[in-house]
Write a protein that binds this ligand. Sequence first.
Ligand code: CUV
Ligand code: SF4
Length: 611
Amino acid sequence: MDKPGTTGRVIPALDRAREIKPCPLGAGESCCRVCAMGPCRVTESGKGARVGVCGATPDTIAARNLCRMIAAGTAAHSDHAREVVQTFCAVARGTAPGFELCDREKLSRLAAQLGCGKAEDPAVLAREVGKLFLGEFGRQEGELALAALAPPRRLERWRRLGLVPRGIDREVVESLHRTHMGVDQEALHLLHQGTRTALADGWGGSVIATAVRDVLFGTPRPVRSRVDLGVLKPDCVNIVVHGHEPLLPEVLVRLAADGEMTARARAVGAAGVNIAGMCCTANEILMRHDVPVASHFLQQELAIITGAVELMLVDVQCVMQGLAAVAACYHTRLVTTSEKARIKGARHVEFSPATALDTARELLYAAIDNFPNRRRVDIPPQAVELVTGFGQESIRHALGGRFRGSYRMLNENIINGWIRGVAGVVGCTNPRAASGASHGVLVRELVANDVLVLVTGCAALACARDGLLVPEAADSAGPGLREVCEALGIPPVLHCGSCVDNSRILMMAAEMVRAGGLGEDLSDLPVAGCAPEWMSEKALAVGQYFIGSGISVGLGVYFPGADSKEFAAQVFEGLTQDYGAAWFFEPDPQALARKILAHIEEKRRALGIEG
Ligand code: CUV
Ligand code: SF4
């Protein structure tokens, strides 16, 4: 790659990961830096201190750290949700031109489910729903209204354990308080607060984000598209939208299809405007508009290195600062759009619901004007087909069979053993974990053993690149799953959306309980989750809310604080007693698959359906 002069040699993430060894203190050991008597590094065995200056034990420190990471992850998902709800409310008030209430049926369904009004006028209904949703963030007492969406058995259990979140913001704040120096100093008590916070994400912020975006932009249905850097077009003005909030990208996608933009692009010698997604924004617009995906988290810098990207828009989360240095070597304009996030060296053009249309137009013009500044273009040709658009609604439809409109057929297929169980494979791609390769190994093993796989986030995009998200992938499935997939024309690996759409997986699991025959609680289901290449704190929040909901989760890469045996005993076993689920850790994808399979078979035995 070029030497850009002042910035020094620019090395993308993979190279940087080779140069920087992960700090062993932060990973396995208990390292505390919450006060200035430390930072303290403590361990239960070998050389070194047994407790911190304040007397804190390794298990307390590990639990405290995990709780903080969960709080940060929950804050990220839920602050994103807040942003979307605020736009939704603006749309309902009529102050956000460029947006509309697209899925009014889902809006009515939501309103009915939440018991908030039967107004005929969708705008009035949206105002009611918006108000209820916004209220969930600042609620001080009582229970999150959305917790009622959980199966009754689960809700009872949460009540017994004091785990029903009060308000989303409240749980995040309380987690930060409790993990401050000298407050909550009992590992299990801290873990419970971590769970309550995570549940405020899984059954709160994430549900809200998903529901509201479905109403605004449409509930996903199965569509075909393509993934990988080959979706960038050499003869077009390429815009990559990256981050997590699909608000501005939604407007951009619509505006880019306008004849005016094509004409403008032609005037500078391009064939048109091509938009491609990156990370979870990619998942959003892919699901709803089949916009192709440039790729997952790890490939963000590589998109720019093709020399073919005129504009990269970034908002919040999973945006590498390294993009600025890479963009400086090319003609690519890097633009930050969230009021919350700036990057030195990037231009800032702020999104607001009221001016989204104008902002999108300005950005499109800027991208088109930048096309003549291109230098060398080198786009790797590969792009892989995928099918996306599965959520609780479309899966109900796709798997409904003769029971259209219910999860009965999925359950029947599990009971009769054609499908052994369901695995959610979620989370990021991480250069510490074979850079995306582990997903393919893991998922192929699951599918070959008749496990239906649901994917979200960058894990979904990694699987897509591996060719697993097309109906033809059923060829490598076990005989039972293959039969089901072929009969229904679906892939064995179903793309369920972005990271906040893990809420869709929870809702599907709740539907499975409701449909009957597989026990009465989420913890009875032959279902497991995993995040083999997690890197972000959000992934830990997701894992913890799955576990708090009764679904065990496997983590790859490393498990923070697991060198503390007492802490490990809690998170890997102790939690089962209370939640009916726990974490497990397995960095090897093949072994992770085997653990998931064993877990599913164990659940089947408990249900008496092992055959
Ligand atoms: Ni939110 S959290 S790298 S983009 S999945 Fe992708 Fe998904 Fe992890 Fe981030
Ligand atoms: Fe050390 Fe205790 Fe301070 Fe943590 S809180 S840095 S363990 S003294």
